[in-house]
Design a protein around this ligand. Structure first.
Ligand SMILES: Nc1ncnc2c1ncn2[C@@H]1O[C@H](COP(=O)(O)OP(=O)(O)OP(=O)(O)O)[C@@H](O)[C@H]1O
Ligand SMILES: Nc1ncnc2c1ncn2[C@@H]1O[C@H](COP(=O)(O)OP(=O)(O)OP(=O)(O)O)[C@@H](O)[C@H]1O
Ligand SMILES: [Mg+2]
Ligand SMILES: [Mg+2]
Lengths: 229, 229
């Protein structure tokens, strides 16, 4: 589903250029359930942002579902993202003025234009699946860290995307809640043939991943498959 | 150092009142290195916010370093906090317009009025101790998740507080970086007789904690000590 050829990213912020990715090449198949691991600051979020069309590579080629995403203009990138990708951000990025329910509903309105009755079913199903039914009328500032994280997870999954990019999705979750989320994702992967790519330090996810890609200092150090989970 | 007697917290936000803490009683000694654990939404952040004078209990008594913190007015609470407590927030709460260096320096200027030369030494020592020397001129939006977390850690420790409240301080850190942070904190606890209270799901911290307080649904379910680490 995803092929990267010598993908690089350099941040220019007025000072010394920062090479976050120094030319990585990789391939991730459809329906994969894989994880990118590596030390803090090694380039994981950068890589996910590029695959997810939230940023552009400085060099190299990046194909996602057959599309060269580096070549997309801003509007086309947003349309492509909305049609294919669910993203769970490391910092959640919930909309402060919307309730938990409305945050999850948002992409169905703004991006996919789903009819109201179907929309309601899809939102309620995902909110229940992440254990947030009792909390759905709250705004983000009224939720705990792990509750916000679960709203972010529900929002990424509600559009039934082809590809889910999950940046540290369980960092704020206790063991049982995290395992529930991992099971939910495995179920969705099986039922909807969804591809999941995680960036994570969480051994609970790493243990379930069927492929591990290790990034260190902007370089892909190794990748290998392990038995299915 | 900290004594809580039947501490409760009810959030009123226009709807049904939320009982985040339903009367917890506990005691934490000076120089403790302990952890509060529990499911997502169980009341951990709420408890730390009360101990740290960032919020007030709805009921009960809470003594921190001999002071009844529930009775403090806003200004006195801020002064008490600045004089005694370092807080590592679950969402980091860095100041977006300041660099990493300036974020760490901030409490020394605004709260403790430390002279420039001494201030520079203290800030550089902590920034080096959390492995952020190379990144100190960046603003928060130019840092990775784990890098922001480490800036938040340095900022909480730079004032040499009597009590450190650390809410999920290693959630975004890889194993080696997290172990380095835990060692740093153990060292500070020994050298400065600092008390550390963590709220965490991270077994790496739980394994090092010498006391565990378990919260579930706003109630303290159990507390017990385990061997030193
Ligand atoms: N401002 C608020 N208004 C209403 N309810 C709140 C508010 N803050 C927290 N709560 C609720 O109080 C309960 C406890 O929240 P708290 O943040 O203490 O949980 P937590 O144990 O830290 O969870 P996590 O592990 O997910 O960070 C939760 O159900 C939460 O939704
Ligand atoms: N906007 C930016 N400007 C400058 N440098 C940046 C920017 N964003 C990230 N970086 C740098 O690029 C490197 C990689 O960042 P990235 O966020 O991809 O790391 P990460 O592997 O996700 O780390 P973590 O595990 O801490 O989340 C880091 O050194 C970071 O400081
Ligand atoms: Mg990251
Ligand atoms: Mg919390």
């Amino acid at each position: 589903l995803i092929t990267g050829q010598d993908v690089s990213k350099v941040y220019h912020n007025g000072g010394v250029p920062i090479e976050a990715l120094k030319g990585v090449s990789f391939s991730i198949e459809k329906e994969a359930f894989v994880s990118v691991v590596g030390p803090s600051g090694s380039g994981k979020t950068t890589l996910l942002n590029l695959i997810g069309c939230l940023d552009k590579p400085s060099g190299g080629r990046l194909l996602v579902a057959g599309t060269d995403v580096a070549g997309l203009g801003r509007t086309d990138a947003a349309i492509f993202r909305g049609s294919h990708i669910g993203f769970i951000f490391q910092s959640f990025n919930l909309i402060p003025v919307l309730t938990a329910y409305e945050n999850v509903e948002y992409p169905l309105i703004m991006v996919q234009n789903v009819p109201a009755a179907q929309r309601r079913r899809q939102v309620q199903d995902l909110i229940a699946a992440v254990g947030m039914s009792d909390q759905q009328t709250k705004r983000p500032d009224q939720l705990s860290g792990g509750q916000k994280q679960r709203v972010a997870i529900a929002r990424a999954l509600v559009t039934h995307p082809q590809l889910v990019l999950a940046d540290e999705p369980t960092a704020n979750l206790d063991h049982d809640t995290a395992m529930g989320i991992i099971r939910l994702m495995k179920g969705i992967r099986k039922e909807l043939q969804t591809t999941f790519v995680f960036s994570t330090h969480d051994v609970r996810i790493i243990d379930e991943a069927e492929g591990i890609y290790r990034i260190e200092d902007g370089l892909l150090k190794e990748s290998h498959n392990q038995g299915g989970g």
